[in-house]
Write a protein that binds this ligand. Structure first.
Ligand SMILES: *Cc1c(COP(=O)(O)O)cnc(C)c1O
Length: 445
């Protein structure tokens, strides 16, 4: 882990990149979402640009040691902080349990721990990572319906008692390994409108849920609630309404069997662009279906992490080709990061990262100051043909070998699913900054 040069440098950056007018807004911690946060977002972008440029100015691809020009991240923890404020404003009733798998970055986890969120962990390593921050085991949900037996014993030993299940074998396994665990029944949702469907793998149908309730009763297990996940990257804002209603049915059936359920877990699937709409629908459904004495938690992942990370990559090679348009000339660019690395989100998370030019002599060098738009395809460094970042994209000016491209919104399902395929590193430097004084204070930046 690499910290930004120093707290003082950040301080400096903060005041040099924004106009006087904007400084007030940057310092305005409790912004409501809207005008203020847009200004804050701009100031944050300017700060990230400054840090990216300072970093690449330190690297000379003609003289550097092997790997010194590796792709690197700038992580703005202020963005995580703003997302948290936005969550509290729109979903005050729902306590977030951050889905660690999305990006188990130590600084993100440390900030969220200080902000008081809970954590959704799915493995022994994720549990230990979060406990290692000093977080109480009561702030963890082991939200993996199909658990490894030895991990279950580990959960018992460390006191992580809240966990999900969705099948009879799992109930018997829990009876054997951790009979006093607090169980949350995960039900299916209709997630056909989401980018990453989860209900093909996990979740009990309402019919099957009745059988599971019966077995939990027969085994005398400690059933405390119901969970669901509308799918990652969901596009139908009504998904929450339907799922909350289904959860209500399970609560009612459980009551008939003598269970007194107290917890509803609405899962993840929140996306930056549609957050307010989905949150509105969810709150409305909760108000209709669940009285205030029911504790509600959520498991947001990408909502917190996605926008906080910007990735800078170096152009290591180039090939001139005929462009698609008549008579035009284009280029294939080869970057030092690709789908086997941090762009794993293209394969696993169906994302389309957008390239932007960070440094290119030619892009700013045209006489009238308006560089021509040139057609590129952009590739990763491995020898595999699947390793393509974008097949067709127009960038201003001619990008040369040694230039840098950057990609915003690279914080979710990127680093965590990167591989070392072909000998390229999966361990990239992260420069941590904060565009929010509130986050800086918590983190000591
Ligand atoms: C992946 C996952 C999440 C997080 O999903 P996002 O779409 O990133 O919010 C939450 N809960 C469970 C059980 C998951 O598997």
């Amino acid at each position: 882990m690499v910290m930004a040069p120093s707290a003082i440098a950040i301080e400096e950056a903060n005041t040099t990149v924004v106009t006087d007018n904007q400084i007030d807004k940057v310092d305005f911690v409790d912004t409501n979402h809207g005008v203020e946060s847009d200004v804050t977002g701009l100031a944050s972008k300017a700060l990230i640009q400054k840090v990216l440029k300072e970093q690449i100015a330190r690297i000379n691809v003609d003289t550097c040691e092997p790997g010194e020009e590796d792709a690197f991240y700038v992580a703005d923890l202020g963005e995580v902080y703003r997302q948290h404020l936005r969550w509290k404003m729109n979903l005050g009733r729902v306590k977030p349990f951050y889905a660690v798998k999305c990006n188990p970055d130590k600084e993100v986890l440390r900030l969220l721990a200080k902000l008081g969120t809970g954590f959704d962990c799915a493995s022994r390593a994720e549990i230990d990572l979060v406990l290692g921050l000093g977080v109480s085991p009561s702030r963890i949900i082991y939200a993996q319906p199909c658990k490894t037996k030895s991990y279950l014993r580990h959960a018992r030993k460390t006191g992580v008692s809240l966990m999900t299940f969705d099948n009879t074998d799992e109930l018997r396994k829990i009876k054997e390994c951790y009979p006093e665990a607090e169980l949350v029944l995960r039900i299916l949702t209709d997630d056909s409108a989401s980018a990453c469907r989860l209900s093909t793998k996990y979740g009990a149908s309402l019919e099957y849920a009745e059988e599971l309730l019966g077995l939990a009763k027969a085994l005398d297990l400690n059933l405390v609630g119901v969970s669901f996940h509308i799918g990652s990257g969901a596009s139908d804002p009504n998904s929450f309404g339907k799922a909350v209603k289904d959860a209500r049915d399970v609560f009612d059936h459980a009551a008939l069997l003598g269970f007194d359920l107290k917890l509803l877990d609405v899962g993840g699937g929140f996306v930056d662009e549609t957050f307010e709409t989905f949150a509105g629908n969810l709150i409305e459904a909760l108000e209709e279906q669940f009285p205030a004495n029911i504790r509600v938690i959520g498991e947001p992942g990408r909502y917190y992490a996605s926008n906080a990370f910007t990735l800078a990559t170096n152009v290591i090679a180039r090939r001139e080709v005929a462009a698609n348009h008549e008579g035009g000339k284009g280029y294939m660019l080869y970057l030092n990061d690709g789908v086997y690395g941090n762009f794993s989100n293209i394969i696993f998370d169906h994302q389309h990262p957008v390239p932007q030019v960070l440094s290119a002599a030619a892009a700013t060098g045209s006489p009238d100051g308006v560089p021509e738009m040139i057609e590129y395809s952009i590739w990763g460094p491995t020898c595999d043909g699947i390793d393509v970042i974008t097949e067709r994209y127009f960038l201003p000016g001619v990008v040369e070998i040694g230039d840098w491209l950057f990609f915003e919104n690279m914080g979710a399902y990127t680093r965590c699913s990167a591989t070392k395929f072909n000998g390229f590193s999966d361990d990239h430097e992260v420069i941590y900054i904060s565009s929010e004084p509130g986050a800086s204070a918590l983190l000591g930046y």
